[in-house]
Design a protein around this ligand. Sequence first.
Ligand SMILES: *[C@@H]1O[C@H](CO)[C@@H](O)[C@H](O)[C@H]1NC(C)=O
Ligand SMILES: *[C@@H]1O[C@H](CO)[C@@H](O)[C@H](O)[C@H]1NC(C)=O
Ligand SMILES: *[C@@H]1O[C@H](CO)[C@@H](O)[C@H](O)[C@H]1NC(C)=O
Ligand SMILES: *[C@@H]1O[C@H](CO)[C@@H](O)[C@H](O)[C@H]1NC(C)=O
Ligand SMILES: *[C@@H]1O[C@H](CO)[C@@H](O)[C@H](O)[C@H]1NC(C)=O
Length: 273
Amino acid sequence: MKSFTVLQIVALIAGTMAYPNMEPVKNGGRPSGILVDEDAVPVVNVTTCGGYINSSSATISYQPGASIRADQVCVWVVKAPYDSIRFHLVSTGLGENDGLYLTRFINLIPGFQYNISTIGENYTYTAGPVLVTLSVGHAPTRGFTLQFFSSGLADVSTPDYTGYTSLTLNNGNFSYPADGSNYRNNERAFFLVNPTVPSIRTLRFTRMDLESASGCTYDAVVIYNWYENRYNQITRVCGTQLPPVLTLESGLGLVTFETDSSVVQTGFSFEWL
Ligand SMILES: *[C@@H]1O[C@H](CO)[C@@H](O)[C@H](O)[C@H]1NC(C)=O
Ligand SMILES: *[C@@H]1O[C@H](CO)[C@@H](O)[C@H](O)[C@H]1NC(C)=O
Ligand SMILES: *[C@@H]1O[C@H](CO)[C@@H](O)[C@H](O)[C@H]1NC(C)=O
Ligand SMILES: *[C@@H]1O[C@H](CO)[C@@H](O)[C@H](O)[C@H]1NC(C)=O
Ligand SMILES: *[C@@H]1O[C@H](CO)[C@@H](O)[C@H](O)[C@H]1NC(C)=O
């Protein structure tokens, strides 16, 4: 029991409640290969602006009934274990110039997106992961409470990430891998440039050392800019080609990194400010 994290214990308890006759097993209480019901109540509570949520269900409560500053952008990454994922808005104080979006993120590619605004409506996906993006308009607003529940079969659409970082400071340098060694084969990593203080930011790559290929089909860095309420792909690069210097109008950028099964080099570095 000692080695369990609080989150796993909570998941285990909820799993036991949902399946009173089942022996608790690994992986949040349920074996794969069978249909799993939703948790009776969300097993995790998240109240921060953004975060990585690896759970079968959760409540995301960000400043409900309280104020959020103008232009605030927050991103929650939802990685649920089962392949039917249902979101629903419990309460919202967001206004018509604010947006709360769900974006499917299979294979590190931003896909089908919902603009969620209706309380009680179900917004469902048949596989995850899902990015939840809050994009506040140019005036202060009030927060919301959103819940999600996963159920069904084990979601095998995206294996665990080999790297993930949310860069929330106003500026800095970032290198991957951080220790100067080579990256690995079969990497699936992504990095959010998402300073907590809202402002226009600049993203500038200073070093690229990836396996080179026409179309960057082997190893690649792909960059997205959150603009006009979407993740827009800006570029896909490899080899030693530096991407163009990028202006992040809303202060949110997404850098993804994938590699194939052979040839490893020293990766990349960028600066944001
Ligand atoms: C997510 O949770 C599962 C089950 O608790 C665990 O096996 C896995 O390592 C976790 N993944 C990440 C990226 O934390
Ligand atoms: C989450 O918060 C709600 C309301 O504050 C509470 O009832 C519930 O027990 C909490 N759940 C967890 C897993 O902490
Ligand atoms: C999101 O949906 C709401 C309600 O339907 C609508 O008022 C708003 O304009 C939509 N936002 C975008 C960016 O489509
Ligand atoms: C949303 O899904 C839940 C669980 O399946 C169901 O109980 C509820 O009636 C649905 N709500 C709507 C508005 O469809
Ligand atoms: C990044 O590192 C370079 C070289 O050390 C330094 O000149 C620059 O100020 C750093 N940038 C930020 C935003 O910290």
